[in-house]
Design a protein around this ligand. Structure first.
Ligand SMILES: [Zn+2]
Length: 177
């Protein structure tokens, strides 16, 4: 990962809260270079692990250098617990009304929030919102993060329920790394 301390603005879209990133941050996965675009949230989670739904899921969206229709999405799940320092950097700045956006006052360094071990599940899937583009490599971190009850409540109020229902595997394999 080569994510630079950045972030442009936080947007309250109709169905999600999204933090957009300045150009220049990249991640290499399976020998391919992707450019980091934005992260956004789903309440509750869209991925289930061993049948368990979590209250919050964060999607870090990267697109292949040279083809922005090919995606690599990191998924991070949250349970209720301690206040989350990453969420705290922008949550108070989120505009109350959908379609509002705010330029962030502070830079966010995602490298500060990395976990030492990167264990994950991965599979080939699609975007979970229209147009459901089927060229997504999903990487779901095994480490579950914590967010406070107040943070979970706040994101839930801003977004409403915006999780797509779980889809059948249709013979796809979920690998564990
Ligand atoms: Zn998403």
């Amino acid at each position: 990962m080569d994510y630079m301390p950045s972030s442009e603005r936080v947007i309250h879209k109709a169905h999600t809260v999204e933090v957009q990133w300045e150009k220049g941050s990249t991640v290499t996965f399976d020998g391919k270079v992707y450019e980091f675009r934005q992260f956004h949230f789903h309440t509750p989670s869209e991925h289930l692990i061993d049948g368990i739904t979590y209250p919050l899921e964060m999607h870090m969206v990267n697109t292949l250098r040279g083809d922005d229709q090919v995606y690599l999405v990191w998924s991070i799940l949250f349970r209720e617990g301690e206040e989350n320092p990453l969420l705290a950097t922008f949550l108070n700045d989120v505009p109350e009304k959908p379609d509002g956006e705010v330029v962030l006052r502070t830079k966010i360094d995602l490298m500060d929030y990395r976990v030492p071990e990167l264990d994950y599940y991965t599979y080939q899937g699609s975007l979970t919102t229209p147009p459901y583009t089927e060229s997504v490599t999903w990487v779901i971190h095994k480490t579950i993060r914590e967010a406070s009850a107040a943070q979970l409540k706040r994101l839930g109020e801003l977004e409403g329920n915006n999780a797509r229902h779980v889809q059948p595997l249709h013979g796809r394999e979920v690998e564990e790394k």
